[in-house]
Design a protein around this ligand. Structure first.
Ligand SMILES: *Cc1c(COP(=O)(O)O)cnc(C)c1O
Length: 384
């Protein structure tokens, strides 16, 4: 094995593709103008931004004027949720799930503090929302339903088409956090009846600190970030031109080979999982086997804790995760795992491998070797 780490944590972030860096570089250097300036240096930057906007819109079957740029997935989620609620005089009912990213859950909590009513949809042990529950829990005063497309920990893929149709029929806005799925699964905002969609560049081989929000034409959001008239008054602040150009390039590249890459990764993932189960006893697969991101392998290992296991992997140059990157440092079992009904003991042995474009079978079979040794070592310690 090489001295480069084996990176199996693509749901935490992805490496920048060289083509993306190449597309961004001119906008750090000679095309450095402010896209709001009227002279030609500004126009160059503006052309870069508008090209990216178009690529992103095409990728989800939206129009370019329905896309605004943000600082990432977190800002897009905040802008969508607070943007809907802040226009409503402090009253209204919102529905979401217990397995959302903190970028959705925290804004929901702060809206609850302001007097909004937040209700949490149930999820099954497979990590899936039942659209019938959405229908049942909608109320005349519901202002927003926010259900993520693919979960960042267990990779479950929600039936957002059905949920979108139910919301549209009821005249309720539907937001989906598609940070994990965009560029990896097919998304058509029109066919899926999506009103608001969040995405982030660094989860699809683009730069960190850049994202976008799709806002269906005609929807008025209270502006989240106040300032200048950029983005036609919908988000103040000078645009991150190189980041936006990088996001546009990353989206085009992801969309181009999407289906073939998804098939390659799910095939690798299935072989990896089969080998893990064969070599190591007491492995539980978390979440849905069917409606699952092609790159996600989330397991719980009986009788060991995730944390020491990760350390052993790290010493062997393998990057994996115990759950979401955002909650590392806490030794609590993940809220997502508890929400899908996993016993706390088992949830503490959680480990997530997320594959990417550069992942090969050699890397995965080496990982099984290392994990097998680590699990055996930890188990023999704890029974001594
Ligand atoms: C990573 C992630 C976010 C946050 O995106 P940032 O660009 O890192 O702010 C939000 N939602 C999900 C599902 C994510 O995986």
């Amino acid at each position: 094995m090489s001295d480069r780490p084996i990176y199996l944590d693509h749901s935490a972030t992805t490496p920048l593709l060289p083509e993306v860096l190449e597309a961004m570089t001119p906008f750090f250097m000679h095309s450095f103008g402010n896209p709001a300036s009227l002279y030609s240096l500004g126009m160059e930057a503006r052309a870069g931004v508008e090209g990216a906007r178009k690529s992103i819109a095409i990728a989800m079957n939206a129009a370019a004027d329905e896309i605004i740029f943000t600082s990432g997935g977190t800002e897009s989620d905040n802008a969508a949720i607070k943007g809907v609620a802040w226009g409503r005089n402090g009253k209204g009912h919102l529905l979401t799930t217990p397995i959302e990213h903190h970028a959705v859950l925290e804004p929901m909590h702060s809206l609850a503090d302001l007097g909004f009513e937040i209700e949490i949809l149930p999820v099954g042990t497979d990590g899936l929302v039942d659209p019938a529950d959405v229908k049942r829990m909608l109320r005349p005063d519901t202002i927003l339903v926010s259900v993520m497309h693919a979960n960042n920990e267990i990779g479950s893929i929600q039936p957002i088409s059905s949920i979108g149709a139910i919301c549209r029929e009821a005249g309720v806005l539907f937001h989906t956090d598609a940070v994990q799925s965009f560029g990896k699964l097919a998304i058509d905002v029109k066919a899926m009846n999506i009103d608001l969609l969040s995405l982030s560049a660094h989860k699809l081989y683009g730069p960190k600190g850049t994202g976008a929000l799709y806002i269906r034409r005609g929807i008025q959001l209270r502006r989240f970030q106040e300032g200048g008239e950029q983005e036609r008054g919908r988000r103040g602040g000078t645009l991150n031109v190189p980041g936006i150009v990088g996001l546009g390039k990353a989206v085009s590249l992801s969309i181009a080979g999407m289906e073939a890459e998804a098939a390659r990764q799910s095939d690798l993932r299935d072989r990896f999982l089969a080998l893990l189960m064969k070599r190591i006893s007491g492995i539980h697969v978390t979440g849905s086997r069917v409606y699952r991101m092609p790159n996600n392998c989330h397991i719980c290992v009986e009788g060991v804790e995730g944390e020491p296991l990760l350390l052993s992997l790290d010493m062997a140059g393998i990057c994996a995760s115990a759950g979401s990157a955002c909650s590392t440092g806490s030794t609590l079992a993940s809220g997502v795992l508890l929400a899908i009904g996993l016993p706390e003991e088992l949830a503490k042995g959680a480990i997530r491998f997320t594959l990417g474009r550069a992942t090969t079978w050699d890397m995965l079979s080496h990982t099984v070797d290392v994990l097998e040794m680590a699990v055996n070592g930890l188990r023999s310690l704890s029974t001594r």
